[in-house]
Design a protein around this ligand. Structure first.
Ligand code: KIV
Length: 262
């Protein structure tokens, strides 16, 4: 079944949780879609998980477009949301609209995600592009924040985050990602807005959950926040495959007869 904004609204009404994951390439997208992930976010975490950078700040529009196109190719049912990279939307409404349009037109995305900035969200929504908001910990603001840490712990900060969620709701976003905030704050946000709240480190009371796929698969260990749960540990499996291959090449055992042409 193709997932649309209407599907998500109905799921929220029924109290049915949405499963989201990030993906950056075709083979991962195929498997996520096949197994029933409802929303695939082509996250700018790409910069860290795929490019090995220490933040998301170096990711470019062109890199994100390639990644989003690859993901789109692998997806039949899920909604594909492209994460707008640093400085692709912050400077002005017109730049935000232009780049959001590129994700739809050039990559075939179903919508875009931006961090914070309700005014930019409103501008993008106004040209008919679905927008997913993002509140709480905003990784593109790492230079200002200084470190990746839980947000909304003081009452003042909690109120600021609730206010931003309300503004995004009014701007017309179809959902909001809440990252690294206390579960109690998530409950207050849910009481304040209509749109679904999908959490990453925001406790169990969200309308759905998202994880970075490399974290879930045990393929990224540089930085692992408390909320990460490894559902598999692929690193030793891949290491073993590489080890066996190298050994067989060195020993002249690969290719054997079964893997050679005659
Ligand atoms: O870049 C990313 O992976 C994200 C997730 C929280 C969706 O923003």
């Amino acid at each position: 079944m193709t997932i649309t904004i209407k599907t998500l609204e109905e799921m929220k009404k029924r109290g049915e949780k949405v499963a989201l994951l990030t993906a950056y390439d075709y083979p991962t997208a195929v498997l996520e879609d096949k197994m029933g992930v409802e929303i695939i976010v082509v996250g700018d975490s790409f910069g860290m998980t795929v490019m090995g950078q220490d933040s998301t700040l170096f990711v470019t529009m062109n890199e994100m477009l390639v990644s989003a196109r690859a993901v789109r190719q692998g997806v039949k049912n899920a909604m594909v949301i492209a994460d707008m990279p640093y400085m692709s939307f912050q400077p002005s409404n017109s730049l935000a609209i232009k780049n959001a349009g590129r994700f739809i037109q050039e990559a075939g995305a179903d919508g875009v995600k931006i961090e914070g900035m309700p005014k930019r969200a409103k501008a993008i929504v106004s040209v008919g592009v679905p927008v997913m908001g993002h509140i709480g910990l905003l990784p593109q603001s790492i230079k200002k924040l200084g470190e990746y840490k839980v947000q909304g712990k003081t009452e003042q900060d909690a109120e600021r985050i609730i206010e931003q969620a309300k503004e995004l709701d009014e701007a017309g976003v179809f959902s909001i990602i809440a990252e690294s905030i206390p579960g109690e704050l998530t409950k207050r946000i849910k009481e304040s807005v209509q749109v679904p709240i999908y959490g990453i480190g925001a406790g169990p009371d969200c309308d759905g959950q998202i994880l970075v796929v490399n974290d879930l698969l045990g393929l990224y260990s540089t930085f692992a926040p408390k909320f990460v749960k490894k559902y598999a540990n692929l690193t030793p499996i891949i290491e073993k495959a590489f080890e066996d291959y190298i050994k067989e090449v060195k020993e002249g055992k690969f290719p054997d007869d079964a893997h050679s042409y005659h």
